[in-house]
Write a protein that binds this ligand. Structure first.
Ligand SMILES: N[C@@H](CCC(=O)N[C@@H](CS)C(=O)NCC(=O)O)C(=O)O
Length: 217
């Protein structure tokens, strides 16, 4: 299998966390400017140009969540990332959507805004995104009370989504200390070996974080 992505990209880290959880062998194709051939191949494969994508022989899988679902098909990987119990699986998919839509999306909005020329920036949109993150943190803090992982008892799909989204959300719009359950969950995610490996692999690129990477994590 081949994964096109970038080590500093949150959605790439989401898929790679799943790959590392199961020690799944794969070739990483780094979408970095010094690899123009890989960039061209990727643009040909997926004109939308959002990454990661997974290629497995003749099969191409887009969207980090669906990559994880694909990796979790029976007979792949030792540990199931989508819970076997159908009810818990619904819970995991719901939380996965929560992290993508209500944490990563406003977080990306703030970062993308920062990349625009000054005259095209959208302070109103940034304020909305910050308010959305506050709402998400508050909801998640209640959700995580007494829980170790986001859905069910084991680390899984929702946690693969949570790890990079909370990692970068805190850099973008600091998680207040009053959200102690969210902060403790973020710390647990950072300590998970699969995600810790992603953080290490992304470390050399921290200088590219448009808001300035904080000196922690
Ligand atoms: N819905 C996609 C989102 C992927 C995404 O936003 N990836 C970012 C990198 S973290 C990207 O492709 N950015 C490039 C761009 O926006 O041009 C998924 O879940 O995989």
């Amino acid at each position: 299998m081949q994964l096109y992505g970038h080590p500093f990209s949150s959605y790439t880290q989401k898929a790679m966390t799943a790959l590392y959880e199961n020690d799944t062998p794969f070739e990483f194709l780094n979408l970095s400017p010094e690899n123009p051939a890989i960039l061209a191949e990727f643009a040909e494969r997926w004109p939308v140009r959002r990454f990661p994508i997974l290629v497995d022989g003749g099969r191409q899988v887009m969207e980090a969540t669906i990559i994880i679902e694909y990796l979790d098909l029976p007979c792949r990987g030792r540990s199931r990332l989508v819970p076997d119990d159908p009810d818990t699986a619904v819970e995991a998919r719901m939380l996965d959507r929560f992290f993508d839509n209500y944490v990563s999306t406003p977080q990306q909005r703030i970062v993308f805004n920062q990349l625009r020329p000054e005259a095209d920036r959208d302070p109103y949109g940034v304020n909305q995104a910050r308010a959305a993150l506050e709402t998400a943190y508050a909801w998640l803090d209640r959700r995580m009370a007494g829980r170790e992982w986001a859905a069910g008892d084991a680390f899984g799909l929702a946690d693969c989504a949570a790890a990079p989204s909370l990692f970068y959300a805190d850099w973008t719009h600091r998680i207040d200390r009053k959200f102690a359950n969210v902060l403790a969950y973020r710390a647990r995610l950072l300590a998970r070996p699969s995600f810790a490996r992603c953080v290490e692999e992304g470390r050399p690129y921290r200088g590219f974080f448009p808001l300035g990477a904080p000196d922690r994590d």
